[in-house]
Design a protein around this ligand. Structure first.
Ligand code: GDP
Ligand code: MG
Length: 660
């Protein structure tokens, strides 16, 4: 909002400019007035729009032309005063004052004008007939008003209109020549409609209208008012109301009506509530609320934000196949000024058989954006209307800033949910295959991905002792000169070599010795392409000896050349190591003999899985109907079950650690 409003009064001598100002201030008609009133400032709390307002008088007798021009350029709104009983003073409005003002202001940022016919007490008839053609000719004239300084008629109204012309200008909203709202305003209102259409059926029903009313005006809409609104629209427009709700056409019509009836502050209130500034652009303060992120802290979405994103997904997944088709995705991004996700997103997160982003993949991509570029995340949530729909202060309340990683390490526990893994390896060693394998894509599938759609990131979830965590894999480009702080900072490092390429291990050994030997970041060696015949690596030690020497887990065999989706085991191990960096899980083997392996196997065993499923079924079968599956209470109860299981898993893990 503006800081203040400056109103200038101009016009021929003796039309009553000074008297108008004095009447406003003293609430009585002054018998004698000076040529020119002193500039007065009305404090914010006594003006209708709560903005400090300066009122400036002009007198030809006391001021030079130069001083007048200066005042014109300083003014936010200019009242051209004429006297209703003086024809010449009306003529001068068009022959002198409007051209004089227009010469001194930019064509694109014309200062709004108000025509003021004073001394209405002296005449019986109105001057409106003479003035209306002038209004139609000059679009910069916001409004006209007839008043009398003598019997105090319309005095406060006059200054209220002036204030309103500055604070809620019609110019950006409405084109008087075409008698319709301008394209930018239509765009903004369309976005507002789409955000408010919670079920995305193209109609604002009573619930959505009430919610909209409450968010914009802080007051509920009386049931009768709701009906009145719909009646007005349906009377004037054939398809403005459908299924007892307001269509987009009806919504736009309603705003046109507001503006045409001089109630454009209503439209402005709506626009501003949804983040728009005076140029009908989304305000920077709205898109980028302040958020402090200390070093060594990461950013994640909190529970509320996931719920909101889930509702957005549900709203657009019209065929309920738990994936967003290209059309559904376009519809979701309709409230954005541009399409934020490129085709690379499809190779960064999980997709379904058609290559469409799944629910899981959708949440993963949001998690990725939040983690890597939180400002962008705030911006996107702003487009979706997060603060309005989720009834939050701003998008910043969607973000959890995790505590300093050093503290996590010290306290040996973490609240974080997203863990970052950097993947190193020579060109062609199988890094991309590894990343894509995490997304469940085998080699055949990977060959279908176009070069320009490839991604250096892959993100998905992995369960660590029953708890869902995000693992973010990042492929580091092999031919770097040195690694920056950010490239080194991650929760776990993967060093990939190709078992069929004798030169590929040496690269891993070098990277390890140069960057990670003395760091606290856990490292894992991956023997990729394990489906191919293994050749001896050209290095002074075998990979296994190297791991033993540097107290790393033994090399993990990996292949994505599988018939079905590649195995996820390795990613679960990586996530586990990232979550529990202290554990120094020497047992990353698949020996199936040691306690760790036995426990892991037990947890994953069919028996436990069956018991677990049975448990769920027994507990819930009594209540579950199809509708129940959808209701939140069901999921709440189900997740309690999952937590019980997670705690069980964790206790087991701790018992294990103690036994070591
Ligand atoms: P200015 O030169 O435009 O500032 O005009 P003034 O305020 O000095 O007023 C000029 C004359 O018109 C004074 O004699 C005022 O008393 C008189 N006047 C101002 N407003 C009104 C009004 O609303 N009705 C009547 N009847 N006289 C007015
Ligand atoms: Mg005067």
């Amino acid at each position: 909002m503006r800081k203040d409003v400056r109103i200038l009064l101009v016009g021929e001598p003796k039309v009553g400019k000074t008297s108008l100002i004095m009447s406003l201030v003293s609430e009585e008609f002054p018998a004698v007035v000076p040529y020119r009133a002193e500039e007065i400032t009305i404090p914010a709390d006594v003006t209708p729009e709560r903005v400090p307002t300066h009122i400036v008088d002009y007198s030809e007798a006391e001021q030079t032309d130069e001083q007048l021009y200066q005042e014109i350029s300083k003014a936010n709104v200019i009242c051209i005063v004429y006297s209703v009983n003086n024809k010449k003073s009306i003529e001068k409005v068009t022959s002198h004052w409007i051209p004089l003002i227009n010469e001194r202001t930019d064509k694109d940022s014309r200062v709004p004008l108000i025509l003021v016919g004073n001394k209405s007490d002296l005449v019986e008839h109105s001057s409106m007939e003479t003035v209306l053609p002038i209004m139609n000719k000059y679009t910069e004239i916001e409004t006209c008003v007839e008043c009398s300084a003598k019997n105090l008629k319309n005095i406060s109204e006059l200054f209220y209109y002036a204030q309103k012309a500055v604070l809620h200008p019609t110019g950006p909203l409405y084109c008087p020549e075409k008698k319709e709202i301008r394209p930018a305003c239509v765009r903004a209102l369309t976005r507002i409609f789409k955000v408010s259409d919670l079920d995305n059926n193209g109609i604002l029903n009573d619930y959505e209208l009430t919610f909209f009313q409450r968010t914009c005006f802080n007051t509920p809409l009386a049931p009768q008012a709701l009906e009145d609104v719909k009646n007005v629209v349906s009377k004037n427009l054939t398809d403005g109301v459908r299924d007892n709700g307001l269509t987009l056409k009806g919504f736009l019509f309603l705003h046109t009506l507001f503006i045409q009836r001089g109630r454009h502050e209503t439209t402005w209130t709506v626009l501003r509530r949804f983040g728009y500034d005076d140029d009908l652009e989304l305000h920077q303060d709205y898109l980028f609320p302040p958020l402090k992120i200390p070093p060594d802290c990461t950013t994640e979405l909190n529970h509320n934000a996931y719920l909101f994103l889930q509702s957005i997904f549900d709203k657009h997944d019209k065929d309920r196949d738990c994936a967003l088709s290209p059309e559904e995705l376009m519809d979701l991004f309709d409230v954005f000024p541009y399409i934020p996700w490129g085709m690379d997103v499809n190779s960064t997160v999980c997709t379904n058989d058609q290559g469409w982003i799944t629910y899981q993949g959708y949440l993963s991509q949001w998690t990725l954006t939040t983690y890597l570029d939180v400002q962008r995340c705030l911006e996107y949530l702003g487009y979706l209307g997060y603060s309005i729909i989720a009834e939050q202060e701003s998008q910043a309340s969607a973000i959890t800033v995790t505590r300093d990683k050093k503290l996590d390490l010290q306290k040996k526990q973490t609240q974080r949910n997203v863990f970052r893994c950097h993947v190193f390896g020579l060109t062609g060693s199988g890094k991309t295959g590894f990343l894509q394998g995490f997304l469940g894509r085998n080699l055949v599938h990977q060959r279908t991905i176009r070069e320009e759609h490839k991604s250096y990131y892959a993100i998905s979830t992995a369960h660590v002792y029953g708890q869902e965590k995000y693992l973010l894999l990042h492929e580091v480009f092999p031919d770097f000169d040195f690694l920056s702080e950010t490239e080194l900072s991650c929760d776990i490092v993967c060093l990939i070599y190709d078992v069929s390429n004798p030169c590929s291990f040496e690269y891993c050994a070098q990277i390890f010795k140069q960057y990670f030997m003395d760091s606290k970041t856990p490292c894992m060696l991956i023997a990729a392409k394990s489906d191919l015949p293994e050749t001896k690596q050209q290095y002074c030690m075998t990979p296994l000896e190297f791991c033993r020497k540097h107290k790393m887990p033994p090399p993990q065999s990996y292949t994505c050349n599988t018939a079905a989706a590649p195995s996820k085991d390795i990613f679960i191990k990586l996530t586990t190591m990232a979550v529990y960096p202290h554990a120094r899980l020497r047992c990353m083997c698949t020996c199936n003999r040691c306690t760790f392996c036995l426990c892991q196997n037990f947890l994953n065993s069919e028996l436990v899985q069956t018991v677990r499923t049975k448990l769920y079924t027994v507990v819930f079968s009594r209540h579950i109907t199809h509708a129940d599956l959808k209701s939140s209470t069901f999921w709440l109860r189900a997740s309690v079950g999952a937590t019980v299981f997670a705690v069980f898993g964790f206790a087991m893990y701790r018992a294990l650690l103690r036994s070591r």
